[in-house]
Design a protein around this ligand. Structure first.
Ligand SMILES: [Zn+2]
Length: 70
């Protein structure tokens, strides 16, 4: 699980909507890295549980991820 700044709603006047900070699971981070110029992640930080424990894109939780990783 990683906390990431992603490209959001560029038509919004709010920077928080243009570049929202969300939690993404490792699978989504890895998939995004394969998208080349179409990637959505602007920057990756450490995991911040204060933002919630589920992946913004696929809903995988930190617990699910820990289980999948054994
Ligand atoms: Zn995910």
């Amino acid at each position: 699980m990683r906390t990431c700044v992603i490209h959001g709603d560029m038509s919004s006047d709010s920077a928080a909507d243009q570049y929202p900070t969300v939690n993404l699971c490792d699978d989504c981070v890895a998939d995004d890295a394969k998208q080349g110029a179409d990637h959505q992640i602007v920057s990756k930080e450490g995991y911040d549980p204060d933002l919630g424990d589920a992946c913004e894109w696929c809903g995988t939780t930190a617990d699910d991820e820990a289980e999948a990783n054994g």
